[in-house]
Ligand binder design. Structure first.
Ligand SMILES: Cc1cc2nc3c(=O)[nH]c(=O)nc-3n(C[C@H](O)[C@H](O)[C@H](O)COP(=O)(O)OP(=O)(O)OC[C@H]3O[C@@H](n4cnc5c(N)ncnc54)[C@H](O)[C@@H]3O)c2cc1C
Length: 435
């Protein structure tokens, strides 16, 4: 019987192994802990949650709620254990972290088709048949180097410095204008958010004292090497941001016919032009603080953040360049990449990618055509985004409704629109039949 190798027993690897075994194939799941720990994991359990114990919102009109529902319908192990180990968390699905990881470990260990090996893999195995690589954001150094060699080092990143991403339809068009500096560049590539001197001063004052996440020991090294957090730049002086990302030169507000005092620029972030990132705003501010302080920019008063800014250690491939929407490497289709390493962001997204990669590993083993999930589904929208985003500025992404193809008719109310998108997704999931 064909055996599939799964490397990394985190959220993605555990789900992938489970999906492969439940389709009748043998799995060798290789996990380096406890022989070698990552800087964030604490236990030797599979599927350990390294930080929060929340798998985020439950409601279907929230994209991550829909993603979880799709996973349930696809018989996800991670979802089954999460549902049985839930703790009260309002509208979110939170779990008892130890019971959750123990539950997944027990299920995997008692599945007769899965054997678990505890050792570090130091090279991407190109001669051992089909392999799902799911070693996560803290992939050990030798394996990361081997993957960098395989994909081209410029296609593997070790650090995430992401500015917030906002939906286009939540940006106040009365307080923003389209245009590139000095009229250069493509029409419509930047949406500019002007600030008066007074608005700038208020924003700066709040930014320098806003609360931020503390640095983890293993993250210190990289932080100031690359791009600087916006709050750090602000602390260097009142004018520093006006010579950096908030520089107004070359921009004229058509409403006043003048150059504004300062300008925050938003840049298109997906091919469909439904989401925009705030240029130069990589940040360590707490999420509620990002909403409060960035909301002082007039055009962003009602901004809907599909992703908050973060700066942390992360290992991920440039998926638009190297991955197919089936989660296979373009140049080595017997290798599938899942989890955070594939350029998705978050516990649920990582597990969902493992689920589809696991299914596809069995399809490939049986000589069948691997599955591309419909883009109307959350699983499909995620795969579509990471394989079609701009490769020159690729950053990992949480699931959100701006990644879905729009509805045929315009629905103004956001909740109603999201519900319609969710219902369409669940219908599309049914069309693929039994997998
Ligand atoms: C510090 C930190 C905090 C985070 N907090 C959150 C959060 O609160 N909420 C959220 O939704 N997401 C969070 N994330 C992002 C992400 O969702 C998680 O990292 C998630 O666990 C990713 O799942 P995964 O399966 O890709 O990787 P992991 O769950 O990390 O699993 C990867 C596994 O591979 C193993 N491994 C690594 N290298 C090797 C090797 N060479 N050989 C064998 N095994 C190896 C590791 O030991 C690990 O068990 C966080 C990430 C980090 C780094």
């Amino acid at each position: 019987m064909e055996e599939v190798l799964v490397i990394g027993g985190g959220l993605a690897g555990s789900e992938a192994a489970w999906q492969i075994a439940r389709r009748g194939l043998k799995v060798r799941l290789v996990e380096m802990r406890p022989k070698k720990q990552t800087p964030a994991h604490q236990t030797d359990f599979l599927a350990e949650l390294v930080c929060s114990n929340s798998l985020r919102a439950e409601a279907l009109e929230n994209a991550v709620g829909l993603l979880k529902e799709e996973m349930r319908q696809l018989d996800s192990l991670i979802m089954r254990v999460a549902d049985s180990e839930r703790v009260p968390a309002g509208g979110a699905l939170a779990v008892d972290r130890e019971a959750f990881a123990r539950g997944v470990t027990v299920e995997i260990s008692s599945q007769p088709l899965i054997s678990v090996e505890r050792r570090e893999v130091t090279k991407v195995p190109l001669t051992e048949g089909i392999c799902v690589l799911a070693t996560g954001p803290l992939t050990s150094q030798p394996l990361a180097q081997s993957l960098a060699k395989l994909t081209g080092s410029e296609h593997l990143y070790f650090y995430d410095a992401v500015a917030p991403i906002i939906t286009l339809d939540s940006i106040d068009k009365e307080h923003s204008f389209w245009g590139s500096r000095y009229g250069k560049g493509e029409e419509g590539s930047y949406l500019n958010c002007p600030l008066t001197e007074e608005e700038y001063l208020t924003f700066w004052n709040e930014l320098i004292k806003a609360e931020q996440y503390p640095l983890k020991e293993f993250e210190e090294l990289k932080l100031f090497e690359g791009c600087m957090p916006i709050e750090e730049m602000a602390r260097r002086g009142l004018e520093t941001m006006r010579y950096g990302p908030l520089k107004p030169v070359g921009l004229v507000d058509p409403k006043t016919g003048q150059q504004p005092f300062a300008v925050v620029q938003l840049r298109q972030d997906n091919r469909e032009g439904t989401i925009y990132n705030v240029v130069g705003f990589q940040t360590r501010l707490k999420w509620n603080e990002q909403k409060r302080v960035f909301g002082l920019i007039p055009a962003l008063r009602r901004a809907d953040f599909v992703r908050y800014g973060v700066m942390h250690r992360n290992t991920f491939v440039n998926s638009p360049r190297v991955l197919q929407p089936t989660w296979q490497l373009k140049d080595h289709p017997q290798i599938l990449i899942a989890g955070q390493l594939s350029g998705v962001e978050g516990y649920v997204e990582s597990a969902a990618s493992g689920l589809i990669a696991g299914i596809n590993a069995t399809y490939i083993a049986r000589g069948l055509k691997p599955l591309i999930m419909p883009t109307e589904t959350a699983c499909g929208a995620l795969a579509h985004y990471i394989t079609t985003a701009n490769p020159n500025r690729f950053q990992p992404m949480n699931i959100n409704f701006a990644l879905f193809p729009p509805l045929n008719e315009r629905v103004r109310n956001r909740r109603t629109r999201n519900m319609a998108l969710a219902q369409r997704a669940l219908k599309a999931l049914k069309t693929i039949g039994k997998i």
